[in-house]
Design a protein around this ligand. Sequence first.
Ligand code: BGC
Length: 835
Amino acid sequence: MTDPTPPPPPADVDEPDEGGDRADGGDDLVARARELVARLTLEEKASLCQGSGPWHTRGIDRVDLPATQVNDGPHGVRVPSEGDAIGLVNSRPATCFPTASTMATTWDPDLLAQVGRAIGDEARALGTDVVLGPGANIKRSPLCGRNFEYFSEDPFLSGHLAAGLVAGIQSIGVGTSLKHFVANNQEHRRMTIDAVVDERTLREIYLAGFEHVVRTQQPWTIMCAYNRINGTYASDHHELLTSVLRDEWGFDGLVMTDWGAMNDRVAAVEAGCDLEMPGPVEGAADVLVAAVSNGRLDEAALDVVATRVVALALRAQPARDPNAAADLMINHQLARRVAARSCVLLRNDDDALPVRDGERVALLGLLAEKPRFQGTGSSRINPTRVEDLRTELTAELGDDRVVFARGYESPEELDEELLANAVAAASECDVAIVVVGLPDAYENEGDDRAHLRLPRTHDELVAAVAAAHDRVVVVVVNGAPVEMPWARDVEAILDAYLGGQAAGGGIADVLTGTVSPGGRLAETFPRRLEDVPSTSQFPGGPSIVEYREGVYVGYRFHDTVDADVLFPFGHGLGYEPVDWGEATLDVDTVSDADLSDGATVTVTVPVTNQGEGPTSEVVQVYVRDLEAAVHRPDRELKGFARVDLDPGQTAEVAIELDRRAFAWWDVEEHRWVVETGEVEVLVAASSRDVRSTLSLHVEGDRLTRRDVPRVYADPPAWLAVDRVSFETVLGRTVPPNDGFGKPFTRNTPLGALRKVVQGRLLLAGLERGLRRQYGDTPEVAPLVRAMLVEAPVRSLTQSGLSLEQVDTLLDLLNGQWGLGARRAYDQVTAALRNR
Ligand code: BGC
């Protein structure tokens, strides 16, 4: 693919954009869609509510309605190759950019918009109309196996970064699907678990990032999550999909299910869930037709969802171009720049980095030669090329300056000889760079991690080299935080996360000083798993998970209780010293009335590069509410800016705080309130490195404090929120956390069917089929396992069973032989009749 067009100018991702492509005729689009829907039969309208295949919506030739092609996402485009319908094993080559967790460390929405444009270009060239991403779920626990696909533990940061990516992709005329809406914060039983979360926490933590993206970028589509939220499946959640998303936030696009997340088709249409993916599901359209015919579903509701499916197809048309091409070389270079910019220098004692002229380097660890650069699961991109660190570092320094030793082979079995060779190599060199990280088997879609440790052989390698050398640099390759038992024994730690196909080059650029590292952690690195507030309630199950820690996620917890952490949220170093001048506010008092009218408070701080090379800085603004009627985290991120600085250059960084920066969600009035009181504005280099504290008086919409229940007024007893307190916050009792026994239902996880002999036979057959289809490679094994254990029975429709057949199967599994046989007889005779 080649593309002669220059890259478009950067999108201004912070400016709210009224309704996506409305300027291109959004209202007109809806009118045209309505007109087309008016010409459809009831059956045709119902058929639009399911995909026509794994990656397409249904088109209808009779009225010239084209299908829409949707593909994963989110850090590149995954279009299945011929012969592999799902594309987990084989997909068409595309640039594999750094994963979301990696790009998040740039704190740079404009850079993400640039990546988005490149992804949009490639999507267009591959025929993709909608890219399935980004994911804006919050990292409730560092254990979530899919954290590499998410941005942050903080909703403000998460929302702004996701908005950047969406702005970039959509600027090409390609859509996005913001996912997984909402409270999909774990992989364990993700298809059935009920996330029990209180209203304030849902609003302030789990919804806020989605809200920002919807309000400012209008993603073309939203993908609802698999899980339940407070008892209701995401696909059927009227309050979330209609009251919040559309009525309150003004979302004007389409909601599709995650793949296999559809629960109740009639409830979904009523809730505002427009499209079931993937399809076709035999019998699904009939369910809707029957519901309209028997009066359970208003046909007008079906018209509304059908109109959205049609509008999406029409919206995708203008950007389609069979001759579209993307410049893969330019995109690879961009991937390398982003990989370098994402590296987080966690410590750098005695300027251990960068490698200096003439120095010899021992490069140790198999990951330097066989890189891991993305996660496993539906987001796995087939890269156009791959750079490894050994080749790239050697290219930059020269053959004679790099001595490589593998150090380890297996993650858990120590190989003394490899270890000894690595130590010997280190002793020959000025600096030892040890590359360690998480293998695929440790973090992947479908599974959560069980602990935060690196593989044993990796830790042993660091320890052995650190004992023998006095200048040891550890490069960590990971999708999420890890424990670093050797952190104090080494001189430098560079966290490279999962840097995409050009990670090798990007890391080499940072090690050699070609690029000054500028990444800042978008999540806390705790010292131990036990220090994480959600740990006692993660992953929960079998059927519910309690979000007892409430709003105290990540640094909101650690900083409020002043806990010892390995590295705080927002932390990261550069190679050059940067001086921070005195920060100021443009006002010392602000009123809610003005904030409600759009006024902002501006924080300004000068930062100066005092070094000899270019560098960058990230200014972070946290707000501390000193007088809230409810308990609040000690500080919350409400603004940030990343600036590039030439040597000697000073930048006056100005950051605006809007009404939301001072508001909290009131569960009695169900709205964001701003109270009268004093707040502190913390201007900081990390959540723990505060450079200025500024005072501000806020004149709220309430002059006096209200009486709030104690449970809101007093902070929770740290880390030990008991059931009673949680229920008070929740306003109801926590539902029973039952296992799945008989009678089996459409929502029983497949794994539970093992309880009966028929179930065991069924699962054995399914397993054989899945292994035949996908093989048993480390890339797909976890997903296959998750499907077999955790997918609900209803997901068998994706293996070709009709809804009726699923129900027949359930009868048989429940030992209702008569009923099952009767149903089977009816199905067979109906099939014969229709021949
Ligand atoms: C994932 C989604 C993905 C979809 C299609 C699901 O299993 O949760 O993120 O977009 O599959 O591959």
